[in-house]
Design a binder for this molecule. Structure first.
Ligand SMILES: Nc1ccn([C@@H]2O[C@H](COP(=O)(O)OP(=O)(O)OP(=O)(O)O)[C@@H](O)[C@H]2O)c(=O)n1
Ligand SMILES: C[C@](O)(CO)[C@H](O)COP(=O)(O)O
Length: 251
C-alpha cells in the first residue's frame, strides 16, 4: 500500500435514536465508553495510523485520555455525518497526500475486529477505487406501503449491508464528496459519494457482528458480541499459542 494511512472517526452525533441522556458514543460498554473501545480496536489494528476525530463543538464528555494514538487531531462535527467527514478531510488535507488511504469508521461500531480491519486494508490497499466492509443480506426484505403493511417483497439477490470502515484515497474521496454534495446526492456513506461519480467500490466481506450501536437494545447486544469475541480469542490463543488475543483472523 502506497502512502500513509489515515483514520477518520465521525463521533459528533447526538444519538437521538438511542434516547440516552448523553450521546451514545459516551455510554459505558463493558466498563469503558463506546468511543474508547472503538479507538482501542482501531489502534490495535493500525498503531502507526494518523487519527482525525470528529467531535461536536459543544462536546462536554470527551476525554483525550481515551485516545491511544500518538498522532491525532480533532475536527468539528457538522450538521450531518457527511459534513463531519468533510470537516475531517479538510483538517487533514494540509498534512496528507492525495494518495494517502483514508479509512472512515463510525465511532458507533466498536465491535469491528482487528482481523476485519486488516483484511479490508489488504483488500483495498492497491485497489484503484477503494472499498468497504460489508455482508450479504441474509433476511427476506420487505417494502412497506406507508401504512404499516407489506407492499412488496424485495429480492435480496446481490444486496449487502454496508458497514464501516470505508476506505478511499484522499484525493478521490474529497472530489467525490464535493461533487456528490454539489449535485444534492444523499450521501449516507463514503461509498455512495464514490458511486455517484461513476465508480464501483469493492465489497469486502466482513463479520456480521460489526454492528452500529443505534437503538437501546444495541448496547446489550454489543456487550454480548465483545464477550463472544474475547472468548473466541482466548480459545484460539489457547489452541494456537502464537495467535495474538485480537489479531487472529476474524477475531
Ligand atoms: N452530524 C453527525 C452525525 C453522526 N456522526 C457520526 O456518524 C456515525 C453514524 O451515525 P449515527 O449512527 O446516525 O449516529 P447519530 O447521528 O449519533 O445517531 P442518531 O441518528 O440516532 O442521532 C456515528 O458514529 C456518529 O457519531 C457524526 O460524526 N456527525
Ligand atoms: C455509514 C453507515 O454506518 C454505513 O452503514 C450508515 O450509513 C450510517 O447511517 P446513520 O443513519 O448515519 O447511522
Amino acid at each position: 500500500m502506497s502512502g500513509r494511512l489515515w483514520l477518520v472517526v465521525p463521533a459528533a452525533g447526538q444519538g437521538r435514536r438511542m434516547g440516552a441522556d448523553c450521546p451514545k458514543q459516551y455510554l459505558s460498554l463493558a466498563g469503558r465508553p463506546v468511543l474508547a473501545r472503538t479507538l482501542a480496536r482501531l489502534h490495535e489494528a493500525f498503531p502507526e495510523a494518523r487519527l482525525c476525530l470528529c467531535l461536536d463543538a459543544d462536546d462536554g464528555h470527551f476525554d483525550p485520555a481515551w485516545v491511544p494514538f500518538a498522532d491525532w487531531r480533532r475536527a468539528p462535527g457538522g450538521a450531518e455525518r457527511v459534513d463531519s467527514v468533510v470537516n475531517a478531510l479538510e483538517a487533514i488535507a494540509p498534512e496528507a497526500g492525495e494518495d494517502d488511504l483514508v479509512l472512515v469508521h463510525d465511532v458507533a461500531r466498536p465491535c469491528v475486529t482487528v482481523g476485519d480491519l486488516r483484511r479490508l486494508v489488504a483488500a483495498i490497499g492497491d485497489d484503484p477505487v477503494g472499498g468497504l466492509l460489508a455482508a450479504p443480506v441474509a433476511d427476506t426484505m420487505k417494502r412497506d406501503d406507508g401504512a404499516g403493511r407489506v407492499r412488496a417483497t424485495e429480492s435480496r439477490e446481490g444486496l449487502w449491508h454496508a458497514y464501516t470502515p470505508q476506505g478511499f484515497r484522499l484525493g478521490l474521496l474529497c472530489r467525490a464528496l464535493n461533487e456528490a454534495l454539489a449535485r444534492g446526492v444523499a450521501v449516507t456513506d463514503e461509498a455512495s459519494a464514490v458511486e455517484a461519480v461513476g465508480l464501483s467500490p469493492r465489497l469486502v466481506g466482513g463479520r456480521r457482528d460489526n454492528l452500529k450501536i443505534t437503538h437501546p437494545e444495541d448496547l446489550a447486544l454489543a456487550e454480548l458480541v465483545l464477550s463472544a469475541q474475547e472468548l473466541a480469542a482466548q480459545t484460539s490463543s489457547a489452541t494456537h499459542p502464537e495467535a495474538s488475543p485480537h489479531g487472529t483472523q476474524g477475531a
